[in-house]
Write a protein that binds this ligand. Sequence first.
Ligand SMILES: [Zn+2]
Length: 203
Amino acid sequence: MSSLESLSSARTVHSLVTYIREIQTKLQFRSVRITYLWVLSHKVISGNERADHLASREEEFIKLNELFSKKYAKVYVKGLNRQLRQLEWDLLIKNNKLWEVKRIFYQSIDHNNISRHKSTVLARLRMGHCRATHEYLLKGQSPPLCDLCQIQLSVRHILLDCQKYDDLRRQLEMPTTLEQLVQPDQLNLLIDYLKTIDLLQHL
Ligand SMILES: [Zn+2]
C-alpha cells in the first residue's frame, strides 16, 4: 500500500517512483489506461512471495534495481507498447465480429523460416483485415474508399481487383485468386507487390 501512496504523492522523489511515473506518462500519452492493484502480502501468492523474498535480500534488491534501469525500462515500455497495440487490434477484430473463420485449407506458416513482420502481414491478409482497410474502426471514422475505383477498400480489392495495379499484377505474374496468393510460397511476391504499391507499412 505504501508504494501506491508514494506513487500518488507529489512529494515523493524516490528514483524508482520517478521512473515509474515517467513510464506511466509515456503510456498515458499513448492512451494506455493503467490500473494499479494492491495485493496483500504473504498470502501464498507465488509471485508476491517471490517479490517479498527479493526485497528482503539486499544483493537481490540491487539486481532488481539494475533490472529497472532506464535502459531496461525503455526496452520494456517499447515491447509492452507493441504487445498492447497487437492486443488492441486483436480485440477490435474479435469484438466487431470481423474474425473470419474460412474453410480454406491454407498451408500453415512456418514461423522459423519467415520474419515475424512477414508472418504478421500474411496472417492479416488471410483474415481479410489489416490497418489499411479496418483502422477506421479504431479511429471512429468512415470506411476508406479506393481513390480510383471509389469502392470500399478491402484486402481482396487491394490484392486482386484494383484497376490501379492491374499492370503491376500482370507484370509480377501474380496468382489470380486470394487462396493462391496468400500461401507462404507466394510470400516474397506478395511482399514485393505491397512494397511497390507502398502499402507494406500500412498492414
Ligand atoms: Zn481500386
